[in-house]
Write a protein that binds this ligand. Structure first.
Ligand code: CMC
Length: 375
């Protein structure tokens, strides 16, 4: 027998006023605003403010918010010691998870959680790019980079820390759009794990640390990295088609396709990422990889009726923006921390311990066998 609903599929596990995913007549919205509008017109900080503070900021509020985030970008020296001691071969998602946890030990949330949780949310949002890229650049070249990137906006800040120079405008805009699209997605696995942790009245850093661990898996955020790794060796659309047919015949999953919610309708984030990938490819004067991705998309729909999710063209966009493949999922996390923060705050505001039950499928009750009598 066993539980009939595997993986909580289709189960409504709580209320939220933060976003709608695949809702009839609304599609994907953050606090009622469509992601199509937000990704085209808004900066990531505007969206983070909207998610966490429940309103679009006006000019003054946005500038004050940006200034507050800029002032919180550095990390304590103790944390730098931790980052430097992590192996160069660590996965950057492990580094971010460890960094978040260490920051929680160095600068814990205070007992006045109702006020302090906003400080912690801003601090994590502001310091994550430097935390990640301090470790990355230190282990790449021995450089101890400064958190002062000269860029006020998050997208430019990430790119400047990564490359040590100001980004091109088109690349900054593409990364900004991706951060907006990655910021929030209702009760996805990592957000749900943040809410489960928050529901025990644990602290903010623990909830975000749990979420980072959950995001890193290839069925969730890790898919963008895996998709790129699978596609990189492919040299032409025909070779890509053959490889995908081989994978499907072997019952292997193709990362970047399928979604728990978007089964009958496409992931609205995918077409936006696809357009950015097309623009960046045209700008670079090389449509080669784009055509390979497009053929894979066609084959997956023809063979399996599966749509590309955000991670498929998201991977190509990041590649074209010069983001190293192993940093794809961490950059997703730098954006999603805004959504996690909004959900932790929402969970706390109307908390009930999240603790479902299980259908028992183990052995009947039986007598204990003393150690000496066991075969
Ligand atoms: N490649 C090949 N077959 C697939 C894929 C795929 N990517 N996704 C689903 N299927 C098949 C699956 O094998 C199953 O077939 P059958 O019924 O014959 O056994 C059927 O489609 C239903 O799939 P499922 O895995 O039971 O569906 P789910 O709702 O439990 O899983 C999913 C959703 C996202 C885990 C899954 O589609 C998947 O593993 N995709 C690849 C990983 C991926 O791209 N993840 C990113 C998700 S979106 C953004 C994010 O969260 O980061």
């Amino acid at each position: 027998m066993g539980c009939e609903v595997k993986g909580l599929e289709g189960v409504i596990a709580g209320d939220t006023a933060i976003s709608t995913v695949g809702k009839k007549d609304m599609g994907l919205t953050y606090r009622g605003y469509s992601v199509e509008d937000l990704s085209e017109h808004a900066s990531f900080e505007e969206v983070a403010y909207l998610l966490i503070h429940d309103k679009l900021p006006n000019h003054r509020e946005l500038e004050e918010y940006r200034t507050a985030l800029v002032n919180m970008r550095g990390v304590p020296d103790r944390l730098k010691v931790v980052l430097e001691s992590l192996p160069p071969a660590s996965h950057p998602m492990d580094v971010l998870r460890t960094g978040c946890s260490a920051l929680g030990a160095i600068e814990p949330e205070t007992a006045e959680r109702e006020q302090d949780q906003y400080r912690v949310a801003d601090r994590l949002l502001a310091s994550f790019p430097y935390m990640l890229l301090y470790w990355y650049r230190f282990h790449q070249s021995g450089a101890r980079i400064s958190h002062e990137s000269g860029q006020r906006e998050m997208a430019g800040h990430i790119l400047a820390l990564l490359n040590g120079m100001p980004p091109e405008a088109i690349v900054r805009k593409a990364i900004n759009a991706s951060l907006v699209l990655y910021a929030e997605h209702e009760f996805n696995a990592s957000t749900f794990s943040a809410r489960v942790t928050a529901s025990t009245l644990s602290d903010f850093h623990s909830a975000v640390t749990a979420a980072i661990g959950t995001l890193s898996g290839p069925l969730h955020g890790g898919a963008n990295e895996q998709a790129m790794k699978m596609i990189t060796p492919l040299r032409s659309p025909d070779e890509a088609e053959k490889e995908i047919l081989r994978m499907l015949a072997a019952k292997k999953k193709v990362m970047g396709f399928g979604h728990r919610v978007y089964k009958k309708q496409p992931d609205p984030r995918s077409s936006i990422m696809k357009e950015w990938a097309r623009r960046l490819s045209a700008e670079a004067g090389d449509m080669g990889l784009f055509l390979i991705f497009e053929r894979i998309e066609e084959v997956m729909f023809r063979e399996k009726k599966l749509f590309a999710n955000v991670d498929f063209y998201g991977a190509l966009t990041y590649h074209l923006c010069g983001i190293p493949t192993e940093l794809f999922t961490p950059v997703f996390a730098l954006a999603r921390v805004s959504g996690w923060a909004a959900h932790i705050i929402e969970q706390r505001a109307d908390n009930k311990l999240i603790r479902p039950s299980a259908e028992y499928i183990g052995p009947e009750a039986r007598a204990y066998v003393p150690l000496d009598e066991r075969p």
